[in-house]
Each structure stands twice: as structure tokens, then as C-alpha cells.
Design a protein around this ligand. Structure first.
Ligand code: G6P
Length: 607
């Protein structure tokens, strides 16, 4: 959701800014820009398009300067136009600013500034900030007080960075609800929305907290509280080596396929996470009166899948709430625990849910992939996935890793609560241990079943994805993956729900992908087949995603994806991966922008 990068150094910093920009592109990619100071002037280039496209149009590499800012945008206020791209300049052109977040009260500020003669070139909320700073600078002739005074007037969420020709040796930045970190390394200072902004140059990081601003010079950083101006002392942290972007697709056409191919390894890593961390969370759950799972998008569907594992393995109903709705529903307080799931650890809806819970005295925990993220710092217990960088905006390998981690927590909870005998636990662990090899075979063999039919699937404009029990959650996630990647309309739901309304839409023009559970799950299996028959009776096309030799294909399907016969414990994970592969090849058949689908961003830091 907008990527910010800033660098100050003793040589030309444009190469570092451009590397940062490319590595941050997954945060938004509708337009981007760079501003540097050279010869007492701000030089600005920006335009509409993905980073590579704009780099070519604008020849960013021709810029030179010892200090600069770069930004990649995901539009909130104002369309995707050159004028709305960041950085934004003040009237005099002496200040340049980049921003991530939303300024709620930008309208009254804009009106006030217009009365004072400021002229605006964009429709963004961001532009008011740079003019406001300029306005206050006119009063005092000093940047820091002007910056602070402007910050005091802003309502909403922001991470922002400012440069000015009036002090070409300083980067000014501030953070309120949107992520911003400072990198310290090899004589340079960096700013970034996350580590990817400067990961190739340093892992030494100073994290800004909400309500703080910083004055960053080559020889040091001063952090202060926005409200009081009080100085904050904060040491550098050394960030671990994992979880950051490396823009290399290897032999794969898309990151999505590369990341699906990494799933066996990622599952193995999830299985190797220290028992201690898993048991600690299970113990917290065991001791809590109320526990919630939360996340949004794919991460929410992971919590729905986990909800089934907790119910089934540990006899514990743990409600899963979409994090955007969490504050309106959850009853949290002392004695409750909230477990969040988030690949990025920066998703604002999920951070807000956690903060809401924390303020009310709840214990907070999170399963997160990015070690330097806000969520890892804010929760009481964080389990790091160690799944490595996930570049494709659509989450795949992180998803399966999160499922495995929560499944492990459910198993430990079951043991703690005396719901699982040691012998059964051992059997389940063996089944989990076999999963990496199973996924390796699946990922190697499934494309042969999907690649060609995908051209036919791509012609169907309305899809339904159904499943029963845990497969209803798999269906929801698979529909999301399918629509995000292919832009075809896809709705996921439980098979039972279909007949209560949506079935009215079933005819020969619609297709339904049906996840059939393993036949050992007799009731779910039978219920799923009933749902399928109801669709067939209305002329609907059914793509059955089922296990080899389960007998289901004989009567029902118009097309099928045959999965290996695996145990009910791991079958949902296999089905998830199959759903990802189906989405990938359908999007490929349509020639979609698979790694960066339109209008999406990997890290959504605005509400
Ligand atoms: C965005 C992405 C989704 C992702 C969701 C939650 O919407 O496009 O793929 O599932 O954010 O992200 P998180 O980082 O919290 O897992």
C-alpha cells in the first residue's frame, strides 16, 4: 500500500533509491516517482505505470543527488494520474514529500491553505501536507518546527518523508499507524516502508513507533514524540536474514508459480519451528476464557481453516473473525486471547484488531512471515513463519505455512486438554511429515491436468467454489485466489449454503469447482456429492476436485482434478495447493498480470 524509500549519503543515492523502489513495488504499482536535491533544487520525475515502465519513460537513472525520496503508489485519493503520483512538491518547489496512508481531514486543511494562496496540482490528500509544512515554514523559517506543527494538524494514518532545499542534509519522517523504519549502514541513512527499501544495503534498523517523528542526518538520528517534542532514545536492531524481497523469479515465468513450488520447503520449515513457541501459544489458548482468530483476505481464510482444525482436533470452538469487522463483534478483555494471521505483519485492519484487543487487556499473538513488521513488535507472542520472501501479491506459500503452524497449535492444544492420545498425535505428526514430499509430487504432476483445460475454464465468466466442513474454507480461499488472478467472477461458499439462494444462478453458463473430501469423511463426502447433484440437476458444469479412487468421479463431474489419496488431516492443504494451481493456469490462459493483479497490493496499510 504505497512504498516509501529515502536515502541520504555521501555519493549519488539514486541507484539505492531505484533498488528500493523496485523492491517495494509489491506495495502498490499504479504510479511511481523519485525526487532528489542537486544544485540547491529539487529534481522530480514521476509518472503512471509500474516501476519498470516509469523508469523507462522518465529515465530516473539520469537523476543525481546525495539525498532523495522515492515512492510507489496504490491510489486511494485521486485517480491514477501523473499529477497524483508522489513525490508532491510545495508551491515554491523547495519541499518534496511522499506519504503512505490516508489524511482524514485533508479537505478543511486544503481549504485553509487555498485561502492563503496555495495552489494544488493533484487530487490527493497527500499534497496538503507538503503545502502545510511550507505554510508553517514561512512563519518560522525553520523546518523541524514547521514539520512538527503540520503533523499536529493531521488526522488519519500516515508514514511520510520530506526533503527540502532549505536543509539538503536531512531527511524528515514521521509515523502514525502506517509503517516506517530507518536503516543505518555504510555511511548512508535510509528510510523505508519496510526492510525491502534498503535490504541490499543494511540490516541495521531503527523502528519508529506511532506518534513519533525523526530527523535523519548522515551522522545520526533524532527521534521525538510528535505531541510533546520529547526525545525518544531508541537503539538499532539487527534484523534477521529472512523474509525480504529478492526480485529473482529463477526459472519460473511468475513469482506465483515459483512460490507454489516452494511450498514443500516452506511446510518443512513450518514443521521445524521450535515446539516451544507452538506449545506456548497452545498453553495461552488453553488458559484463555475467550480466544479469537483474526486476519483478512487470504489470511482470514487461513483462520477459517484453522477454526476447523481447532474444533476437530481439540474440541475447541475458536471463532474466526475478519479483522476489519473484529472491533464491531469481538468481546475481548482480560483473560481473552487474539491470534492474528498476517503474511506481511503490516495489514492495518489486522493491526487495528490487535490494538483494539490489547487496549482492552487481551493477550495478543500472531503468525507472521515478515520479521521486521509492526505486528511482530506489537504482539505478546509472535510465531515467525520463516517462509522466505513472498513477492507475488497473491499469497500462496505463506498460506500453507500458516495453516501448518495453526494446525500444530491445535494439536498441542488437544494434547494439553487431554483430547488426543500420544499414539494419535504421533500418527498425525507422521502424516504432517509426509506432506512436503506429497506436495512436491503434486506440484510436479498437477499442471499436466490443469494447464490445457484452463483455456476452457478461462471462457466461463461465473464460477462457484464449494466444499463442506473445512473444505468450505478451502473453497472460499480458492475462489478468492481464482478471482484475484483471473478477474473472473468467483464466489466461494459451503455446499449447504449454495441451495439457499445462489443455486438460482446455476445454469449451463456457470461452472462450479467442488472440493470433495476424502471418502473416510463419510458425512462430508456424502453431503458434498449431494450438493454436486443439485448443481448437475440444473444444468451446471461441475469441476470435481477429488481424491484418486474415491469413486466420486464415476457419476458426477464434467471435468475433474484428481488429487492423491491422503489422510483427512493433510487433505485440506493438498486441496489448497490444487486451488492455487487452478487459479494460476486459468490466469495464465487469460494472459493476466499474475504477480501484480490490477487494483491489488501485497501489503494493505490503509483501512
Ligand atoms: C492483501 C493481499 C492479500 C492478503 C491480504 C492480507 O489484500 O492482496 O493477498 O491476503 O492483504 O495480507 P496479510 O499480509 O495480512 O496476510
Amino acid at each position: 500500500m504505497c512504498g516509501i524509500c529515502g536515502v541520504i549519503g555521501k555519493t549519488n543515492v539514486v541507484p539505492q533509491l531505484l533498488t528500493g523502489l523496485r523492491n517495494l513495488e509489491y506495495r502498490g504499482y499504479d504510479s511511481c516517482g523519485v525526487a532528489v536535491i542537486a544544485d540547491g533544487t529539487i529534481h522530480l520525475r514521476k509518472n503512471v505505470g509500474a516501476v519498470e515502465e516509469v523508469e523507462q519513460k522518465e529515465q530516473f537513472q539520469e537523476l543525481e543527488g546525495f539525498i532523495g525520496l522515492a515512492h510507489t503508489r496504490w491510489a486511494t485519493h485521486g485517480g491514477v494520474t501523473r499529477a497524483n503520483a508522489h513525490p508532491h512538491l510545495s508551491c515554491s518547489g523547495d519541499f518534496a514529500l511522499v506519504h503512505n496512508g490516508i489524511i482524514d481531514n485533508y479537505r478543511p486543511i486544503k481549504a485553509w491553505l487555498k485561502e492563503r494562496g496555495h495552489q494544488f496540482l493533484s487530487q490527493t490528500d497527500t499534497e496538503v501536507i507538503v503545502h502545510l509544512i511550507e505554510e508553517y515554514f514561512r512563519e518560522s523559517g525553520e523546518i523541524e518546527p514547521a514539520f512538527r506543527k503540520a503533523l499536529a494538524r493531521l488526522e488519519g494514518s500516515f508514514a511520510l518523508a520530506l526533503i527540502s532545499t532549505h536543509d539538503p542534509h536531512t531527511l524528515f519522517c514521521a509515523r502514525q499507524e502506517s509503517p516506517l523504519i530507518i536503516g543505518v549502514g555504510n555511511g548512508n541513512m535510509y528510510l523505508g516502508s519496510d526492510m525491502n527499501a534498503f535490504v541490499e544495503y543494511t540490516r541495521e534498523v531503527i523502528c519508529l513507533e506511532d506518534g513519533e517523528y525523526a530527523v535523519v542526518r548522515r551522522d545520526g538520528v533524532t527521534i521525538r514524540q510528535m505531541q510533546t517534542g520529547k526525545r525518544v532514545v531508541r537503539a538499532c536492531e539487527q534484523m534477521p536474514d529472512e523474509g525480504y524481497t529478492i526480485n529473482d523469479k529463477g526459472k519460473y515465468q511468475h513469482f506465483m508459480l515459483k512460490e507454489i513450488a516452494e511450498e514443500p520447503e516452506v511446510v518443512q520449515k513450518a514443521l521445524e519451528i521450535e515446539d516451544e513457541a507452538i506449545i506456548r501459544l497452545a498453553r495461552t489458548v488453553a488458559q484463555s476464557a475467550h480466544v479469537y482468530l483474526t486476519g483478512i483476505g487470504t489470511a482470514f481464510y487461513v483462520t477459517l481453516i484453522a477454526q476447523h482444525y481447532f474444533a476437530r482436533l481439540a474440541d475447541r470452538y475458536i471463532p474466526a473473525l475478519s479483522s476489519d469487522e473484529f472491533p464491531f463483534l469481538a468481546q475481548v478483555g482480560r483473560g481473552s486471547t487474539v491470534i492474528a494471521v498476517s503474511q506481511s505483519g503490516e495489514t492495518i485492519d489486522t493491526l487495528r484488531a490487535l490494538r483494539y484487543a490489547k487496549e482492552r487487556g487481551a493477550t495478543t499473538a500472531a503468525v507472521v512471515n515478515v520479521p521486521s513488521s509492526s505486528m511482530v513488535r506489537e504482539v505478546d507472542q509472535a510465531i515467525l513463519q520463516g517462509a522466505g520472501p513472498e513477492i507475488c501479491v497473491l499469497s500462496t506459500k505463506s498460506t500453507v505455512s500458516q495453516v501448518i503452524i495453526l494446525l500444530r497449535v491445535a494439536l498441542e492444544l488437544a494434547v494439553l486438554e487431554g483430547k488426543l492420545e500420544a499414539r494419535m498425535k504421533e500418527q498425525y505428526e507422521q502424516e504432517l511429515a509426509s506432506l512436503p514430499a506429497l506436495l512436491t509430487d503434486l506440484i510436479a504432476s498437477l499442471p499436466a491436468q490443469v494447464r490445457v483445460p484452463a483455456y476452457e475454464y478461462a471462457k466461463v465468466h461465473n464460477w462457484f467454489f464449494i466444499g463442506r466442513g473445512v473444505y468450505s474454507a478451502v473453497a472460499l480461499e480458492s475462489a478468492l485466489k481464482f478471482k484475484e488472478s483471473s478477474y473472473l467472477h468467483a464466489e466461494g461458499m459451503s455446499g449447504g449454503f449454495l441451495k439457499h439462494g445462489t443455486i438460482a444462478l446455476i445454469d449451463e453458463t456457470t461452472s462450479t469447482a467442488a472440493f470433495v473430501p476424502p471418502p473416510e469423511e463419510k458425512e462430508l463426502f456424502a453431503l458434498t456429492l449431494s450438493s454436486i447433484q443439485e448443481i448437475k440437476a440444473r444444468g451446471g458444469f461441475v469441476l470435481g476436485i477429488h481424491q484418486e479412487g474415491d469413486g466420486s468421479e464415476e457419476k458426477f463431474f464434467d471435468a475433474e482434478i484428481v488429487l492423491p489419496a491422503v489422510s483427512p488431516l493433510v487433505a485440506p492443504v493438498v486441496a489448497l495447493t490444487a486451488g492455487q494451481i487452478l487459479a494460476y493456469y486459468t490466469a495464465l490462459a487469460l494472459g493476466r498480470s499474475i504477480d501484480k493483479p490490477r487494483a491489488l497490493a501485497k501489503s494493505v496499510t490503509v483501512t
